[in-house]
Design a binder for this molecule. Structure first.
Ligand code: GDP
Length: 198
């Protein structure tokens, strides 16, 4: 698939407002500031498709991007989670929309979970993995900002996350990634192709 053709389709605050649940889509999730927007921009080779550095506490939307002319293959940018300043009520609301989306969206083929290689597997990352597991939804983990670590340290971070997720190895794949250096883009494209072209 040509990821450079990605274009903004629509934003939805809730599952009910999402575009028709047909075709196939891959959703990106991650803690705020993990580097999710930068990863989407790197993968589509667009500078500002997904907005970086959003304001915490704002109403969070599910953003849909279509690949090519049709809208039958999509990338989905899920709201970032984990901003400490957000009121508990708002957090619970996001969690509900996120879990609704993950549990009920029939066209969802896989989840790309973006983690900062220096802070992997936060509590909510693990909650998400649990939800994915409940649905037998495959997850591809990007350990991003790999450029922030020396090669050996990055490799050992990868091994550590792999070993912590061994019980989920049937559903979960993991790789290093850097939006800044363009590291790991082909590997993600191959995973997305496998999901979206299936
Ligand atoms: P999001 O909140 O998960 O969408 O995170 P952003 O994509 O907005 O990135 C958060 C911050 O991390 C920004 O300052 C980015 O420039 C920086 N960042 C994102 N990806 C990388 C990367 O691969 N390498 C480095 N060095 N910085 C990155």
């Amino acid at each position: 698939l040509n990821y450079q053709t990605a274009r903004f389709l629509t934003s939805a605050p809730t599952l009910a407002a999402c575009p028709p649940d047909s075709g196939s889509e891959v959703a990106f999730a991650g803690r705020s500031n993990a580097g999710k927007s930068s990863a989407i921009n790197a993968l589509t080779r667009q500078k500002a498709l997904a907005r970086t550095s959003k304001t915490p506490g704002r109403t969070q939307l599910i953003n849909f991007f279509a690949l090519g002319e049709e809208s039958e293959r999509r990338l989905v940018d899920l709201p970032g989670y984990g901003f400490a300043k957000v009121p508990e009520q708002v957090k619970l609301e996001w969690q509900r929309h996120l879990s609704d989306y993950l549990q009920r969206r029939a066209s969802l083929r896989g989840l790309v979970l973006v983690m900062d290689v220096r802070h992997p597997l936060t509590e909510f990352d693990q909650t998400l993995l649990g939800w994915a597991d409940d649905k037998a939804m495959p997850v591809h983990i990007l350990l991003t900002k790999a450029d922030k670590l020396k090669r050996g340290a990055a490799a050992s971070a990868l091994q550590q996350v792999r070993s912590r997720l061994r019980e989920w190895e049937d559903l979960v794949s993991i790789q290093l990634f850097s939006s800044l250096k363009g590291q790991g883009i082909e590997e993600v494209h191959a995973r997305l192709d496998a999901w979206l072209l299936d």
